[in-house]
Design a binder for this molecule. Structure first.
Ligand SMILES: Cc1cc2nc3c(=O)[nH]c(=O)nc-3n(C[C@H](O)[C@H](O)[C@H](O)COP(=O)(O)O)c2cc1C
Length: 160
């Protein structure tokens, strides 16, 4: 299977290997290419975290809900905005599909995002503006597991 959309799978075990700088650049480009409601590009921001001290702080604040991944994309949206959460989800998918294309593992993290919203000082340290909240964290790294599941018929689809 070569199509990264079909190949993408939630990965929750990572090696300690860093993600190459050029791959981080490509992932950020994939984030920048995401659609947004009404072309309101100012309601979503992202902090890409590779710094080991900050990664430890995030794991602590989220009770290790980021699975020790060496790269975290913290996607933040303007509070009380009708598009923010939707924008963040499509941007997260862009990141995960691009990660798959780069032979990296990834996972969408909602629980960790909620936990981070209770850690205001850490959010400030991450450069998150006070009128924004974390909607999703996308963990990325070299996969240390290869989850497999038949994904061809998971959801009800009606064709008429
Ligand atoms: C809205 C949403 C929230 C999620 N939150 C978490 C989470 O907090 N922790 C986690 O490990 N995975 C989380 N996931 C990943 C899902 O568990 C995973 O996508 C699902 O089990 C389907 O598996 P797949 O990604 O391999 O297709 C989340 C996914 C979505 C779309």
């Amino acid at each position: 299977m070569t199509d990264p959309i079909l190949k993408r799978v939630a990965v929750r075990k990572y090696t300690k290997e860093q993600v190459a700088k050029e791959d981080v650049d490509k992932l950020i480009a994939a984030f920048q290419a995401a659609p947004c409601g009404m072309h309101q590009t100012d309601v979503m921001q992202m902090t890409a975290v590779e710094d080991s001290d900050l990664l430890v702080k995030i794991e602590k604040a989220t009770s290790n809900a980021c699975y020790g991944a060496p790269l975290l994309f913290v996607i933040n949206v303007k509070k009380n905005n009708q598009f923010g959460l939707r924008d963040a989800s499509v941007a997260a998918e862009n990141l995960m599909v691009e990660a798959t294309e780069l032979n990296l593992g990834s996972v969408y993290l909602m629980a960790a995002a909620s936990n981070l919203n209770s850690a205001k000082d850490l959010q400030k340290e991450l450069g998150i503006d006070s009128d924004y909240e974390t909607a999703v964290i996308v963990a990325v790294g070299h996969a240390a597991e290869t989850p497999e599941e038949d994904r061809s018929n998971r959801y009800k689809v009606v064709r008429k």
